[in-house]
Design a protein around this ligand. Structure first.
Ligand code: NAP
Length: 331
């Protein structure tokens, strides 16, 4: 496979390809069928196609599965990419889970981001990833029982020691971003953002004002925006997501037909339009689409070179602002 250059973007002090790769899909129990051989192949397809920014978490898969897969696949190629990982979901025995509500059918998730645990989390992630540094390290969710400033203070000590190069935040409000940035400079904020999930305008404004990059998660709307999802099978977490319940999915697919029409007009795929649209929303946005399929990965990363005319962006903006999505939000 030939290496292709993608444009680069800055997330604070970190320079990465304009589109990264979200590795969550490479662990079992997320989007359905996957095995490690296929997962490693997909990851390398992303690197070969020019992605230099890999996103994972200690919470993806069981017992650090996702980080370990990345560590194995990148053996000998570690220096070609920046690795972002997140902490607080993989709790060792004896660490108390702190629950918080989410919009999935199962109702809640649990984290522990107390400062005394953060170094241990980082050491476990470094071991799993087989590396000596984490390029970008995020608390996966703000812990409802721990001030975010305390969690961030613990990450800043890891930065001083060289184990972590940059601080990120995930699933935070504008006020939390401002409070954390006052403790330690934040390079990037990760949030759900796509054509079917607008970003919180206050968060976007705060990130721009503070010079913080934005990493949109589920930039393909968990696959919906590719236009290829008409049903969700057993073993796929989207069975818990109200937007993918059969009747809602049908309605949502019908309502997004005009968006798919614009992709056809431009001779690009709906997935490429969704990613290019995000790239045009902010010069420091770096979406992280995930896929198990090398052809999809190449298709997605090629969106980093798509230029959308202003007139198309205006039409999309009009369509999206008047399109209601059935099924609420996930978080
Ligand atoms: N911070 C957080 O709380 C949080 C939450 C969720 C996700 N994330 C991050 O965001 C990353 C991406 O999110 P995501 O994986 O949930 O959603 P996504 O990237 O929006 O969508 C992934 C889904 O889209 C499908 N897909 C990808 N490209 C396609 C294409 N060109 N054509 C057709 N189908 C395509 C994939 O299936 P195939 O495998 O069949 O291609 C997969 O089912 C994750 O890997 C994770 O790193 C972070």
């Amino acid at each position: 496979m030939t290496e292709q250059l993608l444009p680069t973007r800055r997330l604070g002090g970190l320079e990465v390809s304009a589109l990264g790769f979200g590795a969550m899909v490479l662990s079992p129990g997320v989007y359905g069928e996957i095995d490690d051989e296929r997962g490693e192949r997909a990851l390398l397809a992303a690197v070969d196609a020019g992605a230099t920014f890999i996103d994972t978490s200690d919470g993806y898969g069981t017992d650090g599965h996702n980080e370990q897969l990345i560590g194995r696949a990148l053996r000998g190629r570690r220096d070609e990419v920046a690795i972002a990982t997140k902490f607080g979901f993989r709790l060792p025995d004896g660490v108390e889970p702190h629950p918080f509500p989410v919009g999935f059918a199962f109702g809640e998730l649990a984290v522990n981001a107390a400062p005394e645990h953060v170094r241990g989390y980082a050491e476990a992630s470094l071991r799993g990833l087989g590396t000596d540094r984490i390029d970008l390290y995020y608390p996966h969710f703000p812990d409802p029982r721990v001030p975010l400033e305390d969690t961030v203070g613990a990450v800043s000590e890891l930065v001083e020691d060289g184990l972590v190069l940059h601080l990120g935040l995930s699933n935070v409000t504008a006020a939390q971003l401002r409070a954390a940035h006052a403790v330690h400079p934040v390079a990037a904020v990760q949030t759900e953002w796509s054509m079917w999930r607008p970003i919180d305008p206050e968060l976007l404004a705060a990130a721009r004002e503070l010079g913080v990059g934005i990493v949109p998660w589920s930039p393909l709307g968990s696959g919906f925006l590719s236009g290829a999802v008409s049903e969700v099978k057993e073993g796929d977490f989207r069975q818990n997501a109200p937007r993918f319940a059969a009747a809602n999915l049908k309605a949502n697919n019908d309502r997004f037909a005009p968006v798919r029409g614009i992709a056809a007009e431009l001779s690009i795929t709906p997935a490429q339009l969704a990613l290019a649209w995000l790239l045009h929303q902010d010069e420091h946005a770096v979406p992280i689409p995930g896929s198990r399929t090398p052809a999809h990965i190449e298709e997605n990363l090629a969106a980093g070179r798509v230029k959308l005319p202003g007139e198309v962006l205006e039409r999309l903006s009009a369509i999206l602002s008047s399109t209601e999505v059935e099924g609420g939000t996930l978080l």
